[in-house]
Design a protein around this ligand. Structure first.
Ligand SMILES: C[S@@+](CC[C@H](N)C(=O)[O-])C[C@H]1O[C@@H](n2cnc3c(N)ncnc32)[C@H](O)[C@@H]1O
Length: 268
């Protein structure tokens, strides 16, 4: 091989490595649809690009099946659990013709104990833990089964899933919502190698072994919410260097949810 060919080969190799390295970095983006309840296609597609071996989506709280529908376009199988019987009936109609969507009626934690052992060997799972925000008078169930969901995941032996938790702003504030530091401990009891980040109003957990990095903004959000370290000047500097998508995301957080997100957005 001539020297020039060898140089070209090395250059091409470096370019491929750079592209795949760029894909390993997670940056913040606004993740919700207009009604604030469901995840957008764009966000879920980003997650499946970054964690390219995910094939199973497990959702607690189907509601109107909006995220269920989006996930069905991106995952080989979608499993969604809903406590409210009327909502289950609606979802059954909606997904009657969708062969990769599996619906379950019951409390997510109880259903997880049944289905997760069977899903353990089906493929890598993305959990969307979202069975909260609604008080269920029909069944007199707690409005936030998150810790019981973690216990069911642990009991199933699934230790490598990527986990998304909704409504982070309520944790440690509203009744039945444990503190975020407690969430992190519960996650690490499933696997001590879990990293837990604050992704705007979502919690994002994945294993250290995944070798992903997060942007400075996600790290600053995590420091602010999880470790209660919020230094205005340094947050301002992080925002100044964030890309437009991340900055837009912070604005949306303040507009949609107010609370401490307003303090962040004021530094833009
Ligand atoms: C915020 S909504 C879910 C939104 C949906 N995941 C989406 O992305 O479009 C919460 C849902 O969880 C349901 N829910 C509440 N407690 C539950 C429980 N213990 N098990 C299963 N579903 C529950 C509620 O009935 C409601 O439909």
């Amino acid at each position: 091989m001539k020297l020039v060919h060898l140089k070209l080969l090395i250059l091409a190799f470096c370019m491929v490595m750079q592209v795949s390295k760029a894909e390993q970095k997670i940056t913040y983006m606004w993740a919700k649809t207009a009604d604030n309840c469901s995840l957008t296609h764009e966000f879920l597609a980003m997650i499946t690009r970054v964690f390219s071996d995910l094939s199973i989506f497990v959702e607690s709280g189907t509601l109107y099946g909006q995220t269920t529908k989006t996930a069905a376009q991106l995952f080989r199988q979608v499993h969604s659990v809903e406590l409210n019987s009327e909502l289950v009936k609606m979802a059954q109609k909606k997904f009657a013709e969708t062969s990769n969507v599996f619906l379950y009626h019951g409390s997510s934690d109880e259903v997880f104990y049944e289905i997760l052992p069977k899903l353990k060997s089906a493929g890598k799972i993305l959990f969307w833990l979202d069975a909260h925000g609604f008080v269920d008078n029909e069944n007199q169930k707690t409005c936030n089964p998150i810790i019981q969901e973690f216990q069911a995941i642990k009991a199933s032996g699934i230790t490598d899933a990527v986990i998304l938790i909704d409504d982070l702003r309520d944790f440690g504030v509203s009744k039945d919502y444990p503190d975020v530091s407690f969430l992190k401990e519960a996650l690490q009891s499933i696997n001590p190698n879990y990293e837990f980040y604050i992704f705007g109003d979502l919690g994002l957990a994945f294993l250290k072994d995944e070798e992903k990095t997060v942007s400075r903004l996600i790290q600053a959000m995590t420091d602010a919410v999880l470790y209660r370290t919020f230094v205005e000047d340094s947050f301002k500097d992080v925002l100044a260097h964030a890309d437009e998508q991340e900055r837009m995301g912070v604005k949306k957080l303040a507009v949609q949810f107010g609370r401490f997100y307003t303090r962040w957005a004021a530094l833009l």
